[in-house]
Design a protein around this ligand. Sequence first.
Ligand SMILES: *[C@@H]1O[C@H](CO)[C@@H](O)[C@H](O)[C@H]1NC(C)=O
Ligand SMILES: *[C@@H]1O[C@H](CO)[C@@H](O)[C@H](O)[C@H]1NC(C)=O
Ligand SMILES: *[C@@H]1O[C@H](CO)[C@@H](O)[C@H](O)[C@H]1NC(C)=O
Ligand SMILES: *[C@@H]1O[C@H](CO)[C@@H](O)[C@H](O)[C@H]1NC(C)=O
Ligand SMILES: *[C@@H]1O[C@H](CO)[C@@H](O)[C@H](O)[C@H]1NC(C)=O
Length: 372
Amino acid sequence: MKWLLLALVVGVLWQGSLSQYEDDTLWWLYYIRSRYYSSGPSYYYGPSYNYGPSYNYGPSFEEYSAPISTDCPGECDCPPSFPTAMYCDSRNLQYLPYVPSRMKYVYFQNNQITGIQEGAFENATGLVWIALHNNQLLNEKIGRKVFSKLRSLERLYLNHNNLTRVPAGLPRSLRELHLSYNQLPRIPNNALEGLENLTAIHLHKNQIQDVGFAFKGLKSLIFVDLSNNNLRKVPDFLPDTVEQLYLEYNNINTIPVEYFKNFKNLQYLRISHNHLTNDGIPSNTFNTSSLLELDLSHNRLQRIPPVNTNLEHLYLQGNQIQEFSVGSFCSFFDITNFSKLQVLRLEGNEIRANAIPSDSSLCLRRANYIEI
Ligand SMILES: *[C@@H]1O[C@H](CO)[C@@H](O)[C@H](O)[C@H]1NC(C)=O
Ligand SMILES: *[C@@H]1O[C@H](CO)[C@@H](O)[C@H](O)[C@H]1NC(C)=O
Ligand SMILES: *[C@@H]1O[C@H](CO)[C@@H](O)[C@H](O)[C@H]1NC(C)=O
Ligand SMILES: *[C@@H]1O[C@H](CO)[C@@H](O)[C@H](O)[C@H]1NC(C)=O
Ligand SMILES: *[C@@H]1O[C@H](CO)[C@@H](O)[C@H](O)[C@H]1NC(C)=O
């Protein structure tokens, strides 16, 4: 109960000190800003799954085994101390070298490879990681069954290529699929079928217009990046395991009623740079208790949508918001009921700083950065 007392005392002091200033709100903002600047900026985004492959010698803990380098293709390096890793990256290759059967981690990134011939991995069925990003892969030059027998494959890096379709026959063991920076126009409903262990899918910077029900059945999915595409609506279906959903830079203008209600695990949601209006958002859309960070910046909102008191970061800069509605953060507040919001950005709207109701400080008690 000590903290409750303390809160009371702070509350009293707060009132006292506020009354000394002509413009309570401005003072409060000033106070928040000074706290913020002393603790450094925090417009960085939540956790990301970009722990890319470590190109310096893969995570192999195998014992040193006898047959070394004799089977290594001349174009590549197969370090004796890591007998299951093969490095063929950044050497202007236009074709895929053969892969010895002992390999688990193969690195072909930063070349000019356009195809993967049928049977390319036929002996290396124990592959765990394949890095093929930054090449010029074309779907018509990828054998239809190249990946399907790789029953241990967990990470496939195909980002920065010339793909127009999700490659066929992805193995069910896959955990991370990297397809950002390609030219995919859509994700067909069956493209990811059966990938029960897929936790992260990276589809940033394609031309995707629709993902339909492609994510249905991905029961381990946690991270979905669909930013910088041509989506006009949110995905029809997402598994309730998703924790991070990135939809910024699309053409989304509406969100279906109760869309986020079933996502009990969603913590980070970014829909900045879309065409959202308040009319396109049913009123309690973003009032979900799991959300920690919500980015709605650079849309066409005229009011602050109601959010849950658990939300910690809210980005609303670059909208057309005209008033500061404290009721969007706390429908009710007292000593124990208040918003956990820490960072609020509202600059580039139509609100003036002195339009903030002075009782906002009671609701936004945890705020340490508010930009108007
Ligand atoms: C797979 O192994 C067989 C037998 O050793 C060999 O003939 C064939 O060329 C190998 N295939 C590839 C793609 O390395
Ligand atoms: C892949 O796309 C790039 C950029 O659009 C282009 O310059 C290149 O010629 C393409 N490669 C192939 C093999 O089509
Ligand atoms: C999925 O992951 C679990 C746990 O690591 C593993 O036991 C299972 O074999 C994987 N499923 C597939 C299809 O590889
Ligand atoms: C959010 O929803 C809860 C009930 O789920 C409700 O009590 C609360 O008032 C809502 N918050 C806002 C700001 O509307
Ligand atoms: C917040 O207020 C609601 C409604 O009056 C109440 O049911 C709830 O217990 C309060 N929360 C806390 C943490 O006291």
